[in-house]
Design a protein. Structure first.
Length: 213
């Protein structure tokens, strides 16, 4: 096994998997993708729990290290490859600050999508989570007023992490047209070389990705 080659474990329906996957695609880096079938519960089987104790995707393996939690994976990739890390030390910290906020707040967008798409819940549950999801998207929309990216003057892991978890918002009935700055920001991301949406980017089977020269 080539220890220097990145291996990413993920699933094509998972926004958490999309985040590092998008990072790698935008960076044009070679890596190996290993699919974890969430429908069949592979994420809870001992072989995968040995990689990710939380029984969730994603997980990343590189140079003998195992890194889990999508935002920690983004942080790791930015530190080791230098892509999308932030131009200054302040920007690097601010990008990580956004990732921490994202985990508390944009997760509500993922919940609304999950309950709409995969698991029917009592309407009261949706009534609780939908305003939280809308508030999170609204916060990002206001933060993007008059600026192209969340941090500094270029794309960082803050943009990849926040966008990556809200990417399936339409599946939760959250129409991006309601948030014009978020819409414009998503278009900027989509214009980047290597960009793809999750269902086009994340394979359903194991796959080797070559470097985009
Ligand atoms: N905080 C985790 C969340 C990961 C997560 O929720 N993964 C979901 C898919 S998006 C998963 O593996 N679900 C299957 C399960 O929990 O059994 C991260 O950011 O990596």
């Amino acid at each position: 096994m080539n220890d220097d080659r990145i291996t990413l474990y993920g699933s094509f329906t998972s926004s958490s998997s999309y985040k590092p996957m998008l990072y790698l695609a935008l960076s044009g880096m070679p890596f190996s993708f290993r699919t974890v079938n969430l429908k069949n519960g592979v994420q809870k089987q001992p072989e995968y729990l040995a990689i990710n104790r939380y029984g969730q995707v994603p997980a990343l393996r590189h140079r003998g290290l195992t890194i889990v939690q999508s935002n920690v994976v983004l942080d790791y990739l930015a530190r080791t490859t230098g892509h999308f890390a932030g131009a200054t030390e302040q920007e690097q910290w601010t990008a990580r600050e956004w990732l921490s906020w994202e985990a508390d707040n944009i997760t509500n967008v993922a919940k609304v999508r999950h309950y709409s798409r995969f698991r029917a819940v009592d309407p009261a549950v949706m009534d609780y989570f939908r305003p939280l999801a809308e508030a999170a998207i609204g916060f990002v929309d206001r933060a993007l007023e008059g600026r192209a990216w969340l941090v500094g003057s270029g794309p960082t892991i803050a943009d990849i992490g926040c966008w990556g978890r809200m990417v399936f918002m339409a599946e939760g009935g959250l129409d991006i047209q309601r948030w014009p700055n978020v819409l414009a920001w998503s278009e900027r991301l989509k214009a980047m070389p290597g960009f793809a949406l999750p269902y086009d980017l994340i394979p359903k089977k194991d796959q080797e990705f070559v470097s985009r020269a």
